[in-house]
Design a protein around this ligand. Structure first.
Ligand code: CP3
Length: 336
């Protein structure tokens, strides 16, 4: 068996390909369903539709894994914080209430996310047995960036706001870890094979806080998964050379490179882990020969070690699906 779960658990050298945000706005069939479902959270909580969206890229391309159509912000939603997606703006959350965790319990939380688990069940039944179904969560820090409203603009966050808040951050992180582990276990029980942990905003954590806000909570979640043989892929985006320290401390089964990481450096420094991704999603917007040249660098660099072909962040909405098809076919036929 060469499925993703097996590759991660046994660290075997095998071909495997999928893309972050493979279900998304670059697909006309996604946009069609999205246009009829204006409320993004409700769309994520429609089990039949989210299963259909999960399978759209699988029908089009020769991919090895499906990732369940959902969002990291369903967790704050299930915890009782209001979450809205505004067109051309992105997510906007209601103000953070420090009593949030006093008003919630594991049963209530699980019930609110039941449609996600149902979507996983439906999808697992429809998906070829050889293909893995990936579930995911946002890491505590990345969720907090949204929950505490730390984000300003598209690529910036405001740490002053964090310092001004009279909140006990470590306690909140521990509560989030608890509920995130519940969400992982529920997704696995429903039929998911793997979990990917997105720490998309890890690169913005101040140096002296990286252990508390990133390494420790990620390690707590990975340790929870290890005890239950749940394969993990971590994505601490933007932490640069700290990828090495992260890998040694958190020790996940797989690690997703972002597009700033030099693949050569990664091969040299990241040990005992399956490497995934790295290719800049922007290269899919370039002429096809350029795209293929850049992809070749990654494929060649990692050809002797376990490597899952993927990107350094999600597919961009302006991507031509034909380029995705070309890239997957190129990867499949690559012998160099
Ligand atoms: O990868 C997949 O195909 C699975 C689905 C998936 C979505 N979100 C669907 C989605 C996954 C894995 C996510 C993770 C996610 N969500 C992250 C971590 C990964 C990353 O991109 O850094 C984050 C930070 C979010 C929060 C989020 N959700 C943002 C900031 C936005 C708006 C901006 C954007 O990129 O579109 C979303 C909306 C969202 N989540 C869309 C999709 C397909 C677009 C919805 C739409 O407007 O049609």
């Amino acid at each position: 068996m060469s499925d993703l779960k097996n590759i991660l658990l046994s660290k075997i050298n095998c071909k495997s390909v999928w893309f972050m945000r493979q279900a998304g706005r670059y697909l006309p069939e996604f946009r069609k369903i999205r246009a009829q479902n204006k409320n993004f959270i409700q769309l994520c909580l429609d089990s039949e539709l989210s299963s259909e969206l999960t399978l759209q890229p699988i029908k089009r391309f020769d991919l090895d894994s499906a990732i369940i159509f959902s969002d990291i912000l369903l967790v704050p939603h299930a915890l009782g914080q209001s979450v809205n997606f505004r067109e051309n703006y992105g997510p906007s959350l209601g103000s953070f209430n420090s009593n949030l965790f006093a008003d919630i319990n594991v049963d209530k939380f699980t019930n609110k996310l039941m449609p996600v688990y149902k979507a996983i069940e439906i999808t697992r039944k429809k998906l070829n047995k050889q293909k893995s179904l990936i579930s995911f969560i946002g890491a505590p820090w990345t969720l907090l960036v949204y929950m505490l409203g730390l984000k300003i603009g598209k690529e910036e966050i405001n740490l002053d706001r964090l310092n001004k808040k009279s909140i006990r951050l470590n306690e909140i992180i521990n509560e989030l870890v608890k509920y995130l582990c519940v969400h992982i276990q529920n997704q696995i029980n429903a039929g998911a094979d793997v979990v990917q942990i997105f720490d998309s905003w890890a690169g913005f954590i101040p140096k002296e806080k990286i252990t508390n806000y990133c390494y420790k909570p990620n390690k707590d979640i990975v340790d929870f998964c290890k005890k239950r043989t749940i394969p993990t892929i971590c994505f601490p985006k933007g932490i640069g050379k700290k990828y090495q320290e992260y890998n040694e401390i958190v020790n996940p089964d797989g690690i997703n490179l972002d597009y700033d990481i030099d693949p050569n450096w990664a091969k040299d420094k990241l040990k005992n882990v399956v490497i995934q991704g790295g290719l800049n999603p922007k290269v899919l917007l370039h002429p096809q020969d350029e795209m293929i040249n850049t992809a070749t660098k990654y494929i060649k660099n990692f050809k002797d070690i376990p490597y899952v072909f993927n990107l350094g962040h999600g597919l961009l909405p302006e991507t031509d699906p034909d380029n995705v098809d070309k890239l997957v076919k190129f990867y499949r036929n690559f012998n160099g």
